[in-house]
Design a protein around this ligand. Structure first.
Ligand SMILES: Cc1cc2nc3c(=O)[nH]c(=O)nc-3n(C[C@H](O)[C@H](O)[C@H](O)COP(=O)(O)OP(=O)(O)OC[C@H]3O[C@@H](n4cnc5c(N)ncnc54)[C@H](O)[C@@H]3O)c2cc1C
Length: 338
């Protein structure tokens, strides 16, 4: 961290473009700091054109350490505190990682690459997730992790922005160069006109419903090709996710559907009787190094590349941007100045 000589400390208005998870947190922290904030979003309130609409919403810095750089864990841990401060109702009841006996080597590899867990035997798994009784011999329990439901938390974030005096304009498609003052560009993949290294990494998901299984927290099943997660959404609904495929094609392939549903069936056979409510896919905005970036060019600031960690990182990235604008503080790991 260091202090830059740039001074944006006046009270110039702040425009945020994109009301997905990155832009919503930016608008929230700037509005709370007393700035005049306008958040522009090209979609309507449902945000169906955003990647955030399709996400799992897991806040899992310890699990993500398996495949991420340390900076993701550092920012993720800071974000957990911000989620707790601003949304105390967020469930922080941990996540559970399990594997079938044949995938034991991958399970141990996951354990070696991560921290912040407690090993559970079959009895302890039954205690925290009674529906999984007899299904797995051991598990890893990451007690400090949380999760949010994107389609519920995004409208809550938008309401909170308004409660701090921020304005939100839906159906408002704007470009950073059209606007005066401080502009925070959170357009996700649509920002490729300015950040041409961005690519989309497809994630597919399936929403199912059954009364036969009850889970209190996300469960990850270690699998040689991808980790399946089952996230409880309440009222008997579960999100099964997510693939990670280097393509920008839309939709869910037959192969992915077979793998997601087949893996869920091995977590609990009752998932075989569940009703399928929805198939969906989203494109994770990613830079070549899969790390987030805050790119600063005078009053134009672009926050992008949140890849598979948008919900995990958005609060900490918003705090860094606010500290830059208010105090000139630079975080060398994520900020790039023109
Ligand atoms: C299947 C799946 C599961 C995932 N699970 C998780 C998870 O469990 N935990 C986690 O942390 N992350 C997860 N992610 C990753 C996360 O969803 C992304 O990192 C995050 O959504 C990116 O957010 P964003 O705000 O940068 O982009 P977006 O959500 O795409 O938001 C950009 C917004 O900008 C708007 N916009 C674009 N151009 C304009 C314009 N010109 N004017 C106005 N508005 C504009 C768009 O309409 C959009 O609403 C998952 C992703 C997928 C696909």
């Amino acid at each position: 961290m260091y202090q830059s000589s740039t001074n944006l400390r006046g009270q110039s208005p702040v425009s945020v473009i994109g009301a997905g998870i990155a832009g919503a947190w930016q608008a929230l922290l700037f509005a709370q700091s007393g700035r005049s904030v306008t958040l522009h979003e090209r979609s309507d309130e449902r945000l169906t054109q955003s990647t955030s609409y399709w996400a799992g919403g897991m806040l899992a810095p310890w699990c993500e350490a398996e495949s991420s750089e340390p900076v993701i864990v550092r920012l993720g841990l800071r974000s957990l505190n911000l989620w707790r401060d601003y949304f105390p109702e967020t469930p922080f009841n941990g996540s559970l990682v399990v594997a079938h006996a044949r995938d034991r080597a991958d399970f141990e590899r996951f354990a070696r690459l991560t921290s912040g867990y407690q090993r559970l035997d079959a009895l302890a798994i039954r205690e925290i997730e009674p529906s999984l009784e007899g299904r797995f011999r051991e598990g890893l329990f990451y007690a400090g992790e949380g999760h949010v439901e994107p389609r519920k938390i995004l409208p809550e974030l938008h309401a909170r922005i308004r409660s701090f005096g921020g304005r939100i304009e839906f159906d408002s498609e704007v470009e950073p160069d059209d606007i005066e003052g401080v502009v925070i560009d959170c357009r996700g993949l649509a920002a490729r006109d300015k950040q041409n290294e961005l690519r989309g990494v497809k994630g597919e998901l399936i929403l199912i419903e059954t009364d036969e299984v009850e889970l209190s927290r996300p469960v990850r099943l270690i699998h040689p090709r991808f980790t399946l997660y089952v996230i409880p959404r309440g009222e008997g609904r579960f999100m099964l996710g997510a693939t990670s495929i280097e393509t920008e094609s839309a939709g869910v392939s037959v192969r992915s559907a077979l793998e997601l549903l087949g893996s869920a069936y091995t977590v609990h056979p009752a998932f075989g009787e569940a009703r399928i409510l929805e198939f969906g896919s989203g494109l994770r905005p990613a830079f070549p190094d899969n790390l987030p970036r805050i790119a600063i060019d005078n009053e134009k600031i672009a926050v992008n590349g949140l890849y598979r960690h948008g919900f995990l990182l958005a609060p900490a990235l918003a705090e860094l941007t606010l500290h830059y604008v208010e105090r000139g503080t630079i975080d060398n790991e994520v900020m790039q100045c023109a």
